[in-house]
Each structure stands twice: as structure tokens, then as C-alpha cells.
Design a protein around this ligand. Structure first.
Ligand SMILES: *[C@@H]1O[C@H](CO)[C@@H](O)[C@H](O)[C@H]1NC(C)=O
Ligand SMILES: *[C@@H]1O[C@H](CO)[C@@H](O)[C@H](O)[C@H]1NC(C)=O
Ligand SMILES: *[C@@H]1O[C@H](CO)[C@@H](O)[C@H](O)[C@H]1NC(C)=O
Ligand SMILES: *[C@@H]1O[C@H](CO)[C@@H](O)[C@H](O)[C@H]1NC(C)=O
Ligand SMILES: *[C@@H]1O[C@H](CO)[C@@H](O)[C@H](O)[C@H]1NC(C)=O
Ligand SMILES: *[C@@H]1O[C@H](CO)[C@@H](O)[C@H](O)[C@H]1NC(C)=O
Length: 333
């Protein structure tokens, strides 16, 4: 590749003075992404009107010739550095450049000299963006607790972008108090998190005008409860005849499932389970079974204990026969 071929157009440019007329481009600013191609489109419809067409690259006032074309003789001189990186359209003088590297950022100048020696020129400023990769969501807490925890989700990514959050398929809406986004938009803070809030799944999208990257769907279990700790008694009577059976059932809502501990007169019974509802049956009850029954639900993740209501049970030695009014006498006596 001979040096003179590149030297000449630069000299011609110098003599003509730069840019007597513009309007050779459709855009004057463009963005490209590292590794991708860009095409500098022109408004030229027939290069045959030109003696010369010259593409130069100006980076920090260092001008490099990319291609010089003489349409009439159908000759193109391409700078060695660009031979494998450009596609030049002889018809429209459009230039495709790529795969882009960061160093391609700068000004691209197209100068054409008409057959009547009239210089035309235009320029376009290319910004080269980093590709978006590794879009990820992470949480400050692995095991948040409902109402206690402030969860901070951070979205990280590599490249040039702005952020956007989705809850499932819909844009995530923040109210600025309970839920907030930082100025950059990559940190979502949820105070006193609720059980369903992180089921989303939550998705972070990093995007720039040319491309976007999406995180893996993110969800997190928020521990809650126990709540609605309810005990039922069968039969429902407070007074039981000796020898009868008593069944108590206890249920609670909790995530993870609560441990259900049976209590008798304020002390723990041997029975406990994480199966809800939990049942105990006392068969063939005696007087010693009289007392207060309850169940206590405990969630180890939320560290909360919640007690059911208390069933006060009295076992009677003899069950009065007819007439029924004796029953009242019995109870009072
Ligand atoms: C990008 O440009 C290179 C070199 O000019 C070419 O080989 C490649 O096919 C182009 N890729 C696309 C997607 O146009
Ligand atoms: C996501 O959507 C679900 C269902 O509409 C809702 O319950 C939850 O609170 C939302 N989460 C956030 C963080 O907005
Ligand atoms: C997250 O969602 C997936 C699929 O919907 C589900 O299988 C998984 O159990 C969820 N994980 C949590 C922690 O909620
Ligand atoms: C109590 O339960 C036992 C065993 O399940 C049963 O054999 C007995 O008949 C029951 N007694 C009453 C009074 O229902
Ligand atoms: C059972 O509870 C009642 C109040 O509901 C209380 O007065 C009584 O002393 C309790 N009995 C026992 C044995 O703890
Ligand atoms: C949640 O908050 C309550 C009351 O503020 C506290 O007693 C409990 O220990 C907290 N739970 C956890 C898991 O930090």
C-alpha cells in the first residue's frame, strides 16, 4: 500500500479547506457497540457525480484516511488497517465499519469532490458503547423476615446502560417510601418487606439505545408468621365425662411451617410437630386430664411465638343421669 495514495487526499483537503458544504449524512451522531458493526449512511445517490470520495477518521485531531475512491476509474484505496473492517458501497459511498473497538470512537468525515470540482463534506460522530453482559440481581439478605427486614436488591451489569426493573412481566412501581430506587436505578430497597413482594420474579434489564441485557429471574422467600393460630376441640363441651375421648387440633399459617407445641397448664406436653393441623387425642380421660390446653406455634426463621386460645377442660367423675336439672346442682355443688 503506497503512502502517497493516502497523502494525496489529505493534501487536497487541505487545499480545498474543510467542509464547504455539509449534508452528506442522514445523521450527525451515532452510537455503536463494541463487537458490532455500524453503517454510516449518506444522502448520496450516485457516486458517479464525483471525482473523489474520501473517508477520514479524526480522533483527537489525528486524521487517518480510511478509503479514497475514484468512481470514474473504479479504484479504491483502502488503508491497510481497515481492509478487513470496512464494507464500502460504490453506489452510495456508505461505509460499514466493524467489528467495532473502543478506539473507533471519534469523528468520521466524508469529503466528495464533484466533477465540477465542488467540494462537499459531512461528518458524523461515533460513540462506541460497551456491550452489556453479566446482568445479575443480588440481595443483601438471603432469608428476609416479613415486616422486620429491609431488603436491598442490587442489579449489576457490565457495559454502558440504564436500568429498568420488572415484577413478573410488568414494570415495577416504587412509591418512594416503602419501596425506593436509588438515583442510578440499580438498587431497589424494600422496607418491612411483605411475604409476596419478592416472588415476582423480579427482573433487571440493563439497556442502552442499541441493546439490552436481562438478568435471570430472581425471587426470594420472605419468612412470615406464625399467624392465625387456631385450636379446635372435639367435642366442644368444656365438661367431659370420665372415660370419654378428647381431640384437639391446632393449625397455624407460617413460612417456613411453624413448630406446633402442645401445652397443658402452661407446661409443654411431649407432643410437637411441624405438620399443620396438628392433632392430639386423649382417650379415656380421667380427672387428672382436667386443665388448660393450648398450642404454641413457633417459627424459627421469624423467631416469633404465637399462642392459640386456651381450652379449659373439666373431666367429671360421674355424669348425672336424668333429670337434667341435677346437672346444675352438681356443677354448683
Ligand atoms: C460486520 O463487518 C464485518 C467486516 O466488515 C463483516 O465481515 C461482518 O459480516 C459484519 N457483520 C454483520 C452482522 O453485518
Ligand atoms: C409483584 O407483584 C406481585 C403480584 O402482583 C405483588 O404481590 C408484589 O407485591 C409485587 N412486588 C413488588 C416488589 O412490587
Ligand atoms: C422461585 O421461582 C421458581 C420458579 O417459579 C420456584 O421454583 C422457586 O421455588 C422460587 N424460589 C423461591 C425462593 O421462591
Ligand atoms: C375413644 O377412642 C377409642 C380408640 O380410638 C375407642 O375405642 C373408644 O370407643 C372411644 N370412646 C368413646 C367414648 O368414643
Ligand atoms: C386455667 O386458666 C384459668 C383462666 O383461664 C385459670 O384461672 C386457671 O387457674 C388455669 N388452670 C390451671 C390449672 O392452670
Ligand atoms: C423481628 O422483630 C421482632 C420485634 O421487633 C423481634 O422480636 C424478632 O426477634 C425479629 N426477628 C428476627 C428474625 O430478627
Amino acid at each position: 500500500m503506497d503512502f502517497c495514495n493516502f497523502r494525496l487526499p489529505l493534501l487536497i483537503l487541505a487545499v480545498l479547506g474543510c467542509c464547504s458544504e455539509g449534508g452528506l449524512f442522514l445523521n450527525d451522531k451515532m452510537k455503536g457497540v463494541i463487537g458490532k458493526n455500524v453503517t454510516f449512511k449518506t444522502t448520496i445517490t450516485s457516486a458517479q457525480d464525483f471525482q473523489f470520495v474520501i473517508w477520514n477518521f479524526n480522533k483527537a485531531d489525528i486524521i487517518t484516511s480510511i478509503i479514497t475512491s475514484v468512481p470514474s476509474s473504479n479504484t479504491n484505496n483502502i488503508n491497510e488497517k481497515y481492509t478487513s473492517r470496512i464494507v464500502y458501497s460504490k453506489a452510495t459511498c456508505e461505509l460499514q465499519l466493524g467489528p467495532l473497538v473502543k478506539e473507533d470512537e471519534g469523528r468520521y468525515i466524508l469529503t466528495a469532490v464533484t466533477n465540477k470540482r465542488k467540494p462537499l463534506s459531512g461528518q458524523i460522530v461515533l460513540e462506541v458503547l460497551e456491550p452489556i453482559t453479566d446482568v445479575k440481581i443480588s440481595s443483601n439478605l438471603p432469608e428476609p423476615v416479613e415486616f422486620n427486614s429491609t431488603v436491598v436488591l442490587s442489579c449489576s451489569a457490565k457495559g454502558s446502560f440504564t436500568y429498568q426493573w420488572l415484577n413478573g412481566s410488568v414494570p415495577l412501581v416504587v412509591d418512594g417510601t416503602h419501596m425506593k430506587l436509588n438515583a442510578v436505578g440499580n438498587e431497589l430497597t424494600i422496607a418491612e418487606v411483605r411475604r409476596t413482594e419478592l416472588r415476582g420474579p423480579i427482573i433487571c434489564i440493563a439497556k442502552n439505545p442499541l441493546e439490552s441485557g436481562t438478568s435471570a429471574p430472581f425471587n426470594l422467600t420472605v419468612s412470615y408468621g406464625p399467624e392465625k393460630v387456631i385450636m379446635t376441640q372435639t367435642p366442644t363441651d368444656s365438661f367431659l365425662q370420665k372415660g370419654s375421648n378428647l381431640t384437639l387440633a391446632c393449625s397455624a399459617q407460617s413460612d417456613p411451617p411453624a413448630q406446633l407445641q402442645w401445652m397443658f397448664n402452661g407446661t409443654e406436653m411431649p407432643q410437637k410437630t411441624t405438620q399443620s393441623p396438628a392433632n392430639i387425642t386423649l382417650t379415656n380421660v380421667e380427672e387428672k386430664h382436667s386443665g388448660n390446653y393450648s398450642c404454641v406455634a413457633y417459627n424459627a426463621k421469624t423467631n416469633r411465638y404465637v399462642s392459640s386460645q386456651v381450652a379449659v377442660v373439666s373431666v367429671l367423675g360421674t355424669w348425672p343421669k336424668f333429670p337434667m336439672q341435677n346437672f346444675t346442682d352438681f356443677c354448683l355443688g
